[in-house]
Design a protein around this ligand. Structure first.
Ligand code: JFZ
Length: 482
């Protein structure tokens, strides 16, 4: 007996030392990452380098689309209704038969005008580099033919189409990355409710629904982003988040490509994940240590399509640019949400905002894509100015965090969101870098060089006649060596 125990002990220690060697290494050979095996704990998972495409992309489009788009209140409609929301109760009483259920809305979700390549064309023109679609929100309705969501998916009810499949194909054909939003919990799934009733000591839902669904999603659609949500009722130990991520990073068909956010259980957001969302609409205004993403909505009041939305509720192009620019300057990505309609269209007001962004990026994209945060983010003299910079390529970047060094800078960009009435832009934080006159300044989208001088530590930049400048809403000054 003793000998047997000893043998087991020795075997265990051999196995564990082998696995530490395995998991302790990650090497770059001629630019290629030799993938290591991650163990299923946060400490090891956190060492995974961020796939470069994500930091380079900077801008994505978020789509909240599902059965809730039919009602047009918000994606939380069902839960709010059941929770006794007065407005909703009254609305349902006035407009629907007394026994009408949330499920009865599903056949009305026809998506009859849904043309994925038209959407992809719009997204391409917006300048976004990745798309994130709700593959399943908290109502549990899957936008793909889930093997575990019988009669509660877009392939069997409503559109009768594999929305995730069709959109992923079209988006990729346009050269963009495709990702999925996925809610861990389902408000009213009886199997989940049973686990919940058992204080999450049982894991029936996680084993029989969640895991098979997630694996199907990853294996069948090979998304580049998995945007996890609905994690907050219980711990990552119930979800088995680390096991899932170890599988995702080690074995899955997207192991080198995929990025995930931070919503993997109580206490995890803002602490673990390839990038952090922290709270929704999170925009800290200062440089962060870890890659993060600002997910925000063009309709300031809802993620899903809201029929009573007014023009006033929507973010203006200038407000969207403020979010995009301040976020990227602080090391984040911007994920801009719009809610498509039940017919499968994207309303013209959202189209216009996205196209405005695209037109702005055509001129100013050089200050956005593949840039790094600079030494300063928001100019200390002029609050409407945000900096980014360009560095010689990737090999110098820290693999998991936002680069903080200031080596290898080839250009500094100052993006300003208000045109000064005097036509003179005053900046402070640039002054120590520009002093010796070897720098030139250009305004993107405008011919020729810009006159500038430094007095008492303030850089004064003479802007050209505004009428002759192509960019609108925000402008970029580029500082580089002569
Ligand atoms: C993107 C959004 O994500 C969640 O809402 C959240 C989740 C987390 C926080 N948070 O951490 O502050 C706030 C809203 C969803 O409930 C919501 O419907 C939408 O899908």
């Amino acid at each position: 007996m003793k000998i047997l125990l000893l043998c087991i002990l020795v075997l265990c220690s051999v196995v564990s030392s082998y696995s530490t060697v395995e998991s302790g290494e990650s090497r770059h050979i001629s630019g290629h990452l030799v993938s290591k095996k991650y163990s299923a704990d946060w400490k090891d998972l956190d060492t995974r380098p961020l796939p470069y495409w994500y930091d380079d992309a900077k801008i994505g489009i978020f789509l909240h689309w599902g059965v809730y788009s039919v009602i047009g209140f918000s994606e939380w409609f069902w839960s709010n209704w059941k929770g006794g929301d007065k407005k909703i109760t009254k609305f349902m009483k006035e407009h629907y038969p007394p026994d009408f259920t949330y499920q009865d809305f599903a056949p009305m979700f026809k998506a009859e005008f849904f043309d994925p390549s038209e959407w992809a064309d719009l997204f391409l023109k917006s300048g976004a580099r990745y798309i994130v679609l709700t593959s399943k929100h908290h109502d549990g309705f899957t936008m793909f033919p889930s093997h575990r969501s019988y009669s509660w998916n877009s392939y069997e009810v409503g559109p009768k189409r594999d929305i995730v499949g069709e959109l992923s194909t079209a988006v990729r054909a346009a050269g963009l990355k495709f990702g999925v939003y996925h809610s861990l919990y389902e408000w009213f799934n009886p199997i989940y409710e049973e686990d919940k009733k058992n204080n999450f000591t049982t894991r029936y839902y996680a084993e029989t629904k969640l895991w098979p669904d997630l694996k199907q999603l990853i294996n069948d659609y090979k998304p580049s982003v998995l945007w996890s949500d609905g994690d907050w009722e219980t711990y990552d130990t119930y979800w088995k988040s680390t096991d899932f991520l170890a599988w995702l990073y080690n074995e899955s068909p997207v192991k080198d490509e995929i990025v995930v956010n931070d919503r993997w259980g109580i206490g995890i957001p803002c602490k673990h994940g390839d990038f952090y969302n922290c709270a929704d609409r999170y925009n800290p205004g200062s440089l962060q240590n870890h890659k993060w993403e600002n997910a925000f909505t063009v309709d300031s009041r809802s993620w899903g399509f809201r029929k009573p939305m007014t023009l006033n509720d929507t973010l203006s192009t200038n407000q969207i640019l403020y979010q995009v620019v301040s976020t990227i300057s602080c090391g984040g990505n911007a994920l801009i949400n719009v809610g498509p309609t039940q017919d499968g269209t994207i309303s013209p007001i959202f189209q216009e905002r996205l196209l405005d962004l695209g037109n702005w990026l055509k001129i100013n994209g050089e200050a956005i894509y593949s840039t790094s945060p600079w030494l300063h983010q928001n100019d200390s003299l002029n609050q409407d100015v945000w900096y980014t910079c360009r560095k010689v390529k990737h090999s110098h970047r820290h693999p998991t965090a936002i680069p903080r060094d200031n080596d290898n800078i080839t250009a500094i960009y100052a993006i300003f969101l208000k045109w000064p009435t005097t036509n003179i832009l005053l900046l402070k934080d640039l002054s120590t870098y520009l002093h010796n006159g070897v720098y030139k300044i250009e305004l993107l989208g405008n011919e020729g060089l810009i006159n500038w001088n430094i007095k008492n530590g303030v850089t004064s930049i003479e802007l050209p006649d505004k009428a002759k400048v192509h960019s609108e809403n925000a402008w970029t000054l580029k500082m580089s060596l002569k």
